[in-house]
Design a protein around this ligand. Structure first.
Ligand SMILES: Nc1nc2c(ncn2[C@@H]2O[C@H](COP(=O)(O)OP(=O)(O)OP(=O)(O)O)[C@@H](O)[C@H]2O)c(=O)[nH]1
Ligand SMILES: [Mg+2]
Length: 323
């Protein structure tokens, strides 16, 4: 079965042949910077102490904040570890490290919801600030479902940035995906309207709507997104609809405020977190899970189609902590 097929996702490191860079290896490679810049340091920290004291907790807090776990989540986690150490009379720092990892899995596991096509017609609206990876992520999603013989269509809803329509048309040609577009500068909601009619007429399984990057603080542009969403809801009432917010892992804590404002404006259903391969601060995953209450559906760990993966908390933690 193709890379994106479901059974591949259950593959373990041992089952991968050397020739086929499989799912787990890609994940591990993609998280290399975070492993080196955060997890290895955590290991050294816990191993470097012979007893558990305030200094250990202070150093732990510093490491976590540096890795973008965020102040709030860091404080919550460290407080809980202190309590556990006291109540369970843990004296060995390495045992505390195990507790730490368990807590991490627990946070990451809440609301585990992968992307799924659950209706006859499924519509994904890609939203996010400029340059986070909306268009490439939608191409990667399309490639996944094309490989499962689904009929996928694109709506060229970024009518704003120069070259955006051409970019999506190039992807469409490369992937064999029909693109519905209008000329540059036209109304994004009108493109969405056309695209929904076309998707219904062609019995598409999945329509992915690109949108222009916008700052979460630009109120008028957020209104435009609301209009796109409204038109889609009116024209495709029975379709399964998702607003997928794309966040760039390298932007750190700013990603949290982006998510809050997009969620306020258009009710985000899930997050695609891109460019995890480009940062040592993968702790942002923990902050997102703990502070936003929004499911991370997909993670990007590289530039290739296969580098867009379902976010699987167990695999993620295994890839982070494996030697
Ligand atoms: N390393 C890495 N690069 C990525 C990943 N996802 C996207 N990119 C790169 O990020 C850059 C921007 O991607 P786009 O898809 O054009 O971003 P966008 O959000 O559509 O940008 P605008 O349309 O300008 O708002 C491209 O060079 C992508 O290849 C990822 O997971 N890892
Ligand atoms: Mg784009």
């Amino acid at each position: 079965m193709n890379f994106f097929g479901n059974n591949k996702q259950e593959e373990t490191a041992e089952q991968e042949s050397a020739a086929d860079k499989g799912f787990f290896t890609r994940l591990k490679d993609g998280l290399a910077k975070t492993r080196e810049g955060f997890v290895d340091k955590l290991g050294s920290l816990f191993r470097g102490y012979s007893k558990i004291d305030d200094e250990l907790f202070t150093e732990l807090e510093e490491l976590m904040v540096q890795a973008d776990v965020g102040i709030k989540t860091t404080m919550d986690m460290v407080e809980e570890l202190r309590t556990r150490a006291r109540e369970e009379e843990i004296e060995d720092p390495e045992e505390l490290f195990t507790e730490f990892q368990e807590k991490l899995v627990q946070i990451l596991k809440s609301d585990f919801e992968p992307l799924e096509l659950s209706a006859d017609l499924n519509i994904i609206i890609m939203v996010g600030v400029n340059g986070v990876g909306k268009t490439t992520t939608m191409a990667k999603i399309a490639e996944r479902y094309r490989a499962q013989d689904k009929k996928v269509m694109f709506a060229a809803g970024d009518t704003f940035r120069a070259g955006a329509i051409e970019q999506i048309e190039v992807w469409g040609q490369r992937l064999g995906v029909e693109v519905i577009s209008q000329q540059a500068g036209s109304d994004a909601a009108a493109v969405a309207y056309d695209a929904v009619q076309a998707a219904k007429a062609r019995n598409a399984d999945l329509l992915i709507v690109d949108t222009a990057g916008r700052l979460h603080t630009q109120k008028n542009l957020m209104k435009e997104l609301q209009k796109v969403k409204r038109v889609i809801a009116q024209e495709a009432p029975t379709a399964h609809k998702e607003v997928l917010l794309v966040l760039d892992a390298t932007t750190g804590q700013n990603a949290i405020s982006q998510a809050e404002l997009f969620d306020e404006a258009v009710d985000v259903d899930g997050i695609a977190l891109t460019k995890l391969d480009g940062t040592a601060k993968g702790g942002i995953v923990v902050a997102i899970k703990n502070e936003l209450g929004l499911p991370i559906k997909l993670i990007g760990v590289g530039e290739e189609a296969e580098d867009l993966q379902d976010f699987d908390p167990d695999q993620f933690v295994e890839a982070l902590f494996s030697e």
